[in-house]
Design a protein around this ligand. Structure first.
Ligand code: ADP
Ligand code: MG
Length: 333
């Protein structure tokens, strides 16, 4: 019997209502991540990455947000039919979220040992003493020097990079099936960024965790991910194996992202300006959302939205573009 994917999301839609307008921030996203795999979700700011992450975590129960989805499964468990209580039980244990701002994610008035320890006491029923011992092990695992001495320190006593490590320790504490890391290194300097990515990658290998790594940094995505999904205006416009997609993009938006990065080897390679701006989610053009910025756009692109479809490359490569074949074959000709 084959193991079900750790995460399986089908046709996710998230629509906000603000000032009497509908804002379709996520418009039909599919995600599949296998055990021990990293999927990078890549895209410019505002493309719907964080909203996708929060919807998967079940964290969008605000009154102005409407979430719908054809299927949502975590390790085969159906998230859609689960009660709010069951879902809360999974959150923080079977699936965890690491975001950018470690300082605001950690409780300033509790020592890091108490925060970590609480997870073990609440979810695993460990005694205070056992929980403290596990906390020290974890701090050690994520590379906090002198963990046994520092377990009683408070978040503000750690550097930004060390705080991010502590957040990751909390995220892996209960050995989740899935970690969603939303721009986990954006606030950190380049050297520390590399260390944090290395840490997430090592934990993935050692613990077999599946990782959804959200980033606007192509370099980051290239370094640690198996597959990449490129998001534009609330939809995935291309996905495939990281190397293949970087070698030969099948969507002009992916091509533009790559062209905007002068050097993939340089870890600071953030997305540079692509001419034009993404559409406002409240005002997406008919046809292909990228058409107004695309130098390949034809009349068909302006009128008819290209669906995300499997390309004939022999690998599992998907793109939503009327010109994908041209892009692939043009490059090979
Ligand atoms: P990113 O890809 O940068 O993470 P987000 O997922 O945060 O983008 O946002 C996608 C779109 O959804 C943005 O246009 C944002 O303005 C909109 N959005 C996010 N949260 C809300 C909200 N609570 N109410 C209204 N619009 C929102
Ligand atoms: Mg975001």
């Amino acid at each position: 019997m084959t193991e079900p994917p750790v995460l399986e999301i089908r046709d996710l839609h998230v629509t906000f209502t603000a000032h009497g307008r509908e804002i379709p921030a996520v418009r039909g996203v599919d995600l599949t991540i296998e055990r021990g795999q990293t999927l990078a979700l890549l895209g410019e700011s505002g493309s719907g990455k964080s909203v996708t992450a929060k919807a998967v975590m079940g964290l969008l129960d605000q009154p102005n947000a409407r979430v719908r989805c054809a299927a949502a499964r975590l390790g085969g468990r159906d998230l859609l039919t689960m009660s709010a209580d069951e879902l809360r039980g999974l959150r923080g244990s079977a699936m965890t979220l690491v975001f950018q701002d470690a300082l605001s994610a950690l409780n300033p008035v509790l020592s890091v040992g108490d925060q970590l320890g609480e997870l073990f006491r609440v979810h695993r029923g460990l005694s205070r003493r056992q929980a403290r011992a596990r906390s020290i092990e974890l701090l050690d695992l994520v590379g906090i020097p002198a963990a046994a001495r520092r377990v009683g320190d408070y978040p503000h006593q750690f550097s930004g990079g060390m705080r991010q490590r502590i957040l990751i320790a909390m995220a892996v504490a209960l050995e989740p099936d899935l970690i969603i890391a939303d721009e986990p290194t954006t606030a950190l300097d380049v050297t520390v960024q590399a260390q944090i990515l290395e840490l997430i990658d090592r934990l993935r290998r050692e613990l077999g965790t599946a990782v959804l790594l959200i980033t606007h940094d192509l370099g980051v995505a290239a370094e640690v991910s198996d597959r990449v999904a490129v998001m534009y205006a609330g939809r995935i416009v291309e996905s495939g194996q990281a190397e293949e997609l970087y070698d030969l993009p099948a969507h002009p938006y992916t091509g533009a992202l790559l062209a905007a990065v002068p050097d993939l080897e340089s870890p600071a390679s953030e997305l540079r300006a692509i001419p034009g701006a993404p559409p406002s989610p409240a005002d997406v053009p008919p046809g292909c959302s990228f058409a107004p910025r695309c130098d390949r756009a034809s009349e068909l692109c302006a009128s008819t939205r290209p669906p995300l479809r499997l390309l004939d490359t022999g690998s599992s490569r998907y793109a939503a573009c009327h010109h994908s074949e041209e892009m692939l074959h043009g490059a090979l000709a």
